[in-house]
Ligand binder design. Structure first.
Ligand code: KG4
Ligand code: ZN
Length: 341
């Protein structure tokens, strides 16, 4: 089965073709970062318009790259949520119309299930159950993955997502948007001994997170400290260390509490090299396997949607002719794959 995957939930237009027998055939990504940079964050209406402009050319390019025509496709998978309603509708409307015109099934995919399954694209020996740490711009969650579609959220952020905290701290440091990669670069030059920021919610039991207090702590530190050339880098270093340490403490706790031996880390923040190194070291320490998606599949992309769609479509699942997007959509309400009724 050959599946076209479309991702349009936020500020990236992602397109890919996944073939059940041959794997990923081609992928294309258009990032809207330049469009939104001047505003310091994603402007939903501009995001929708850019998806409208870019989606069809990207689909043409992706198909051309793997030498396919639309009639060679067996199904279309698209992100149906969570995300920006207008941006989601662009992908959903196009996907449904294309599928209808080709008389093939279409399926709306949960964006976080896409992130969750992305590491399997390059680690096909990975078996469920496993523990997943999903860290993106909108979500920070521990998921006990029992099987495809059987997801138990066993911890999550009570306020800001980790990516959101990176983006907000980057804004305070005038690093622009998106903040994660900029903080990662700046932190490399920082002195880790100058500041020590709190590791939120690590001093009490449980697997939940909170990043809003840490953000305020950074803001106060910047207000109280006379600026010098090193301040930004030292703050970026201390902030990164606090976030990474928090994840190491909580991942150790979650692996012990669940007894699971595999940790899958996915979502945009899983691109962070400091986080990768620290969690890989934790894996060595505990004798657990720690898996990350390849860098290009850590942030939003079409390949993860094509793949997640494929896993459900082969089980016979598909949408009806009507469709709806779900800007808010809890991951743990997803059903196991089920044939169309
Ligand atoms: O998964 P993603 O691409 O989109 C959402 O589903 O939200 O995640 C985007 C988030 C942004 O907050 C961005 O700042 C963060 O991931 N991010 C990073 C890095 N690359 C992206 N955070 C820390 N370090 C990075 N290298
Ligand atoms: Zn995402």
């Amino acid at each position: 089965m050959r599946v076209l995957g479309l991702e349009t939930s936020c500020d990236e237009t992602g397109v890919a073709v996944y073939d059940g027998a041959r794997g990923l055939l081609a992928e294309r990504l258009y990032s809207q970062v330049a469009t939104h940079a001047a505003y310091g964050g994603v402007v939903p209406e501009l995001a929708s318009r850019d998806h409208v402009r870019k989606l069809v050319p990207l689909v043409r390019e992706t198909l051309a790259e793997c030498g396919l025509v639309p009639a060679d496709l067996d199904a279309v998978a698209y992100t149906a949520g969570p995300g920006l309603a207008g941006a989601l509708l662009v992908g959903a409307g196009f996907a449904r119309a294309l599928a209808w015109s080709l008389d093939i099934p279409a399926l709306g995919v949960h964006h976080m299930e896409g992130h969750l399954l992305a590491p399997l694209l390059e680690h096909d020996d990975l078996e469920m159950p496993f523990l997943a740490l999903l860290v993106s711009g909108g979500h920070t969650q521990f998921v006990h993955v029992e099987a495809l579609g059987a997801y138990r959220i066993i911890g999550e952020s009570l306020d800001d997502a980790a990516g959101e905290a990176f983006d907000k701290v980057a804004k305070m440091l005038d690093l622009g948007y998106p903040g994660g990669p900029a903080i990662e670069r700046l932190a490399r030059a920082g002195d880790g001994a100058r500041f020590r920021f709190p590791r939120p919610m690590t001093d009490r039991p449980g697997l939940d997170f909170s990043f809003s207090g840490l953000k305020t702590y950074v803001m106060n530190t910047l207000a109280e400290t006379p600026a010098n050339a090193a301040l930004g880098a030292d703050v970026a270093r201390a902030f990164t260390d606090a976030v990474v340490d928090t994840f190491v403490i909580k991942c150790r706790r979650a692996l012990k509490a669940t007894g699971l031996r595999t940790l899958v880390v996915a979502g945009g923040v899983s691109a962070n090299a400091d986080l990768r190194a620290a969690l890989a070291a934790l894996g060595t320490d505990l004798g657990c396997r720690v898996v990350f998606p390849p860098l290009r599949l850590a942030t939003d992309n079409g390949a993860m949607i094509a793949y997640a769609g494929y896993r459900r479509l082969v089980a016979g699942e598909a949408d009806g002719a009507a469709f709806a997007v779900r800007p808010r959509w809890p991951l743990d309400t997803l059903p196991a794959p089920h044939p169309a009724r």
